[in-house]
Design a protein around this ligand. Structure first.
Ligand code: PLP
Length: 363
């Protein structure tokens, strides 16, 4: 099966094979990570190794801390304001809302402070409003955006200029798919279940000076100070998910690091976008060219609004070709191909070939 699911997504088969091999017996301990004490030296080693590999892969500067938390990226929609809003004298933060996930993050943050959407509300999520039109507040605690909108397929191919105001970015669906200058960010959050492992663990990378400003109401499990002080081990961590993330990080390292992943992601997305662009409108991608995601590619079949019958037929064809996960999100419709790190160029080529032959049959 070729897995184009938007999440929880494919993990490379070699990583899964290693996890399978170690499931009952990790490093000759006679038991597996699922049964291991999270206070044991072996587990602490798993956490530390994952942190070291991540630091190396993303070239994370020394003044940043890495923690592995529960609660998903959605938990971080609360954790971010709870930990950072106090940085602003009047509890305000700026949000750039370019899709479903940043909209949800802004809505959650409104529970805790004054949230300013820096541009007029978008009627549809198909573009990024020009940066020079954003109304940024120089006294905001932070500027928040989602680097890759998984549902809508809007990806930032630049890091916004926010002056001295720290940037918080949700990279759940594109972390480790491209090199990132971490020093430009205050906080990076990412659920693991797309590019770096399985559901259950969320990665937080945070600049040290932003730690320790949490509101008194901040739950302990979301408290960046407590969690960084305790090396993510304040309470029972999502131990198996952290272990699997560690294996994925090692796999990325062994296969050429983030630069190689970035090249692969560009090649894969190019294969699909070029079929769309050369299809004389048979396939249609509604997104502005400059913000098209390399990870989640939504498109319609049979014209801009999509032809429902053709789209159902297209999905049937992909099913016959053992491809899964291509149905678009219910709020967007049509088709969505998710090309996370573990999807290969060859698998993507098979989808591109199928699209071409489907067009020949039905255009
Ligand atoms: N942010 C982005 C970009 C996502 O794609 C998702 C989930 O798909 C989330 C946040 C929410 O993540 P979770 O389900 O881990 O809370």
């Amino acid at each position: 099966v070729i897995n184009f699911n938007p999440g929880p997504a494919k993990v490379d088969p070699t990583v899964m094979a290693q996890a399978q091999k170690e499931l009952l017996n990790y490093r000759n301990l006679g038991f597996g990570v699922l049964e291991m004490s999270h206070r044991s030296a072996e587990f602490i080693d798993i956490v530390d190794k994952a942190k070291t590999n991540l630091k190396e892969l993303l070239n994370i500067p020394d003044n940043y801390k890495i923690i592995f938390l529960q609660g998903g990226a959605t938990g971080q929609f609360s954790a971010v304001p709870l930990n950072l809003l106090n940085l602003s004298p009047d509890c305000t933060a700026d949000y750039v809302v370019t899709g479903t996930w940043s909209a949800k993050a802004a809505k959650e943050a409104e529970k805790y402070g004054k949230i300013n959407i820096v541009h007029p509300k978008l009627k549809k999520y198909t573009s990024i409003p020009a940066e020079d039109s954003w109304q940024l507040n120089p006294n905001a605690a932070y500027v928040y955006y989602c680097d890759n909108e998984t549902v809508n397929g809007v990806e930032f191919h630049f890091v916004p200029d926010t002056g001295n105001v720290p940037i918080v970015a949700d990279m759940s669906s594109n972390i480790l798919s491209k090199p990132v200058d971490v020093s430009k960010f205050g906080v990076i959050i990412a659920g693991a279940q797309k590019n770096i492992g399985c559901a259950g663990v969320t990665l937080v990378i945070i600049r040290e000076d932003l730690i320790g400003h949490q509101m008194k109401e901040c739950p302990a499990v979301l408290d960046y100070k407590l969690q960084t002080d305790m090396n993510s081990l304040y309470n029972t961590p999502p131990s198996y998910s952290i272990y699997l993330t560690g294996l994925v990080l090692q796999w990325i390292k062994n296969t050429g690091g983030v630069t190689a992943m970035s090249r692969k992601c560009a090649a894969k997305s190019q294969l699909i976008y070029s079929v769309i662009n050369n299809s004389n409108g048979f396939y249609h991608c509604v997104l502005d060219e400059d913000c098209r995601s390399r990870m989640n590619l939504p498109f319609r079949v049979g014209g801009p609004g999509g032809d429902q019958e053709l789209e159902a037929l297209f999905l049937e064809r992909t099913k016959q070709a053992n491809m899964v996960g291509l149905k678009g999100h219910r709020s967007v419709g049509g088709i969505r191909a998710s090309l996370y790190n573990a999807v290969t160029v060859e698998e993507t080529q098979q989808l591109a070939d199928l699209m071409l032959s489907f067009q020949q049959e039905h255009a």
